[in-house]
Design a protein around this ligand. Structure first.
Ligand SMILES: *Cc1c(COP(=O)(O)O)cnc(C)c1O
Length: 459
């Protein structure tokens, strides 16, 4: 088989800026060891997120020029609505400025004290919006998903037996919604199988609980179903997406992921009554129902991106590029989550830095080391992001301590990725020198975005 190449050529380039290790040492200190606080210009390869960082296509840029900026009834909205409709089969489409705005609306309406939202794994903004409403979020990830280095085809699946048990314990009336995140971002970008979605849907219908899909990476998930699940090899991504959404009552989506847009999101659903309540809130918080916090040009770019993302040459290259980096790291002995996920490589920081205890945030310590060594920006998905405080201020750690290297869509080439692998392997070879971090300042919610930290021992 020949090399799987980037299925595009480059028409417009953007420079990246080089810094020395001494400069990065100072930058890191000034940023309080939190990559979110580093200026993007000081980053060489930015793998902080795949969100809103996609390179748009020439078609999308052309669409930007055609955006209809009418306040009400913009043609761009109808093209957007049509794209969402064709993929999800959901008749009621509500544009929002990003995924979390869709979450804020739906959980404000359905959340509240005494309510439980069950998921395979809630993404951080989803969980925050649920908790902000007073409700509780419960993650029921399948057993395979909890073992980062044990490969399995669908590690993003929900534990269906645990779902049945939890519904029994909490009572179906107290569960306004079950949410399946595809692919499972916090759980490693791992896919969910069609079979699992079908089974969860069946349980939800038997208990009269609506099932929503957090659809941020629906196309990547659909591609995994195509190549890994029996019976789907001959189906198009569109057909797989159609089937997958047919089991759900609604979805939330961040267009900053699998729509190649730099901003945007939506809510889509089948229940008119719920949609009317959502639209009332939308008008207060986002904007009128045909633009919802977006410009007409954004709606246009999203409509085009939603179709482009389902092209199989693209998805083959996309999934392969993540696998390529994963395999390079594995070959050097770096503990990575296996198999490769859909949008990111996840390093198991607990195993990478066994000398750093969880209350010294091994994941965060590793993100600092990768920046220092090679100007690479990554993000901790572990106890800084998900940790809680128990009795006496003692840290209740997250299930896993991961570092995520999210690959922006259509942005970096193979040589960029080769460089990333070289830096990580260098850091791995001197991992014994890395020390832990302690928090010096934090906020009560989503603290990882703004927290300040310092090394427990000087660098
Ligand atoms: C990014 C993301 C969100 C939130 O979307 P934003 O556009 O960043 O607000 C929700 N769920 C998942 C799985 C995501 O990856």
């Amino acid at each position: 088989m020949k090399t799987i190449i980037e299925p595009f050529r480059i028409k417009s380039v953007e420079p990246i800026y080089f810094t020395s290790k001494d400069e990065r040492k100072l930058i890191l200190e000034k940023a309080c060891y939190n990559p979110f606080r580093v200026h993007a210009r000081d980053v060489l390869i930015d793998l902080l997120t795949d969100s809103g960082t996609s390179a748009m296509s020439s078609n999308q840029w052309a669409g930007i020029m055609q955006g209809d900026e009418s306040y009400a009834g913009s043609s761009s909205f109808f093209r957007f609505e049509d794209a969402v409709n064709k993929i999800t089969g959901m008749p009621l489409v509500i544009p929002t400025h990003q995924g979390r705005a869709a979450e804020k609306i739906i959980f404000t309406i359905l959340g509240g004290k005494g309510k439980y939202f069950i998921s395979n794994t809630l993404f951080d903004t989803t969980r925050a919006n649920i908790e902000f409403s007073g409700a509780e979020g419960i993650d029921l990830l399948c057993e395979e998903g909890k073992h980062p280095t044990v490969p399995a085809p669908f590690k993003g699946n929900m534990d269906v037996a645990a779902l049945v048990k939890t519904i029994g314990e909490k009572g179906a009336v107290n569960i306004p919604m079950v949410i399946i995140t595809i692919t499972n971002n916090s759980g490693g970008g791992q896919p969910v199988s069609m079979q699992n979605i079908k089974e969860v849907s069946k349980v939800c219908r038997e208990n009269n609980i609506p099932l929503f899909i957090d659809a941020c990476r629906f196309a990547e998930n659909a591609y995994f179903i195509k190549i890994r699940e029996a019976g789907y090899a001959g189906k198009t991504i569109m057909a797989i997406a159609n089937e997958l959404f047919s089991y759900a009552d609604g979805c939330t989506m961040s267009a900053k992921k699998d729509a190649f847009a730099n901003i945007g999101g939506f809510l889509a659903m089948r229940d008119l009554d719920l949609a009317l309540r959502c639209r009332n809130l939308l008008i207060i918080t986002e904007g009128f129902t045909t633009y919802g916090g977006l410009a007409g040009r954004d709606l246009e770019a999203i409509a085009i991106g939603l179709h482009e993302v389902m092209e199989e040459n693209y998805l083959q290259y996309r999934i392969r590029s993540i696998e390529y980096l994963t395999q390079k790291l594995m070959a050097a002995g770096v503990p990575v989550m296996q198999p490769a996920g859909g949008h990111a490589v996840y390093i198991d920081a607990k195993e990478f830095l066994p000398q750093v205890p969880v209350d010294q945030y091994p994941g965060q310590a590793l993100t600092a080391a990768l920046y220092l060594e090679g100007g690479i920006r990554s993000v901790e998905i572990g106890s800084l992001m998900f940790g809680k405080y128990g009795e006496g201020g003692k840290l209740i750690p997250a299930q896993m301590e991961l570092v995520r290297l999210a690959i922006p869509r259509r942005v970096y080439t193979q040589s960029h990725i080769d460089y990333v692998a070289e830096v990580i392997i260098d850091v791995y070879n001197k991992r014994n020198e890395i020390t832990g971090l302690r928090i010096t300042e934090e906020t009560p919610m989503l603290r990882h975005f703004t927290a300040k930290l310092e090394p427990v021992k000087p660098y």
